[in-house]
Design a protein. Structure first.
Length: 209
């Protein structure tokens, strides 16, 4: 079973409270989502491999550590996932970005894929799949299905808020994928929204209804 981790750093908890508040406007919501994503990226990237490199400090020649060229791609699930990309790029600026477009059928609540565009070498990259919400798990499962079909194998799923139902569904479907969230919320309501959650992240990021 992949790792499940709640990254509950005090700064993350504080910032999450800001965006949960229904009175938080679009501008602040967008900024804080990126800040949380950047703070989470610090932990999500903790096991990136290192290798030795010889450098010369002002004092002496020394062997030190550098990232061992493990290539990263950030894969937002459209559209809300876009809100987390810039924050992660702040920490890992060499990462490539792929996109998966999914929409949820309002009747069946099932996701449908309408867009898929990735770097060519996703089979050799560490992928961070990002979406602010892990609710039913349907979108995350479908995104990872799509990526596996096209050769990806090394994936982590990163969200801001997760429902227990979504975590279980994603773990059952893809036990090899690590899941990182800033909060494990209480439950899903009958409309498929996370409770207490933060509402529709896409609408709140982009000012739509």
């Amino acid at each position: 079973m992949g790792k499940f981790q709640v990254i509950d750093h005090p700064l993350i908890q504080h910032k999450l409270t800001i965006i949960r508040d229904k009175n938080c406007g679009t501008k602040v919501f967008r900024e804080v989502v990126n800040e949380i994503a950047m703070l989470m990226a610090y932990e999500v990237s903790r096991d990136m491999p290192l290798e030795d490199v010889e450098i010369e400090t002002p004092i002496t020649v020394s062997t030190q550590k550098t990232l061992s060229g493990k290539k990263v791609a950030i894969v937002p699930i459209l559209r809300a996932g876009i809100g987390m990309v810039d924050g992660i790029l702040e920490l890992i600026p060499a990462a490539k970005v792929g996109h998966i477009g999914l929409f949820r059928d309002e009747e069946t609540l099932e996701p449908n894929e309408y867009f898929f565009k990735m770097p060519e070498d996703i089979d050799s990259r560490q992928l961070f799949i990002v979406d602010p919400m892990l609710a039913t798990g349907g979108s995350a499962i479908m995104a990872i299905d799509s990526l596996k079909k096209r050769g990806a194998s090394n994936m982590k799923f990163v969200c801001l808020v997760a429902a227990p139902e979504g975590v279980k569904a994603l773990q059952d479907a893809h036990p090899d994928v690590d899941i990182y969230t800033a909060a494990l919320d209480d439950h899903l309501n009958e409309q498929g929204y996370i409770v207490p959650g933060l509402g529709d992240a896409g609408d709140r990021l982009f000012g739509t209804k």
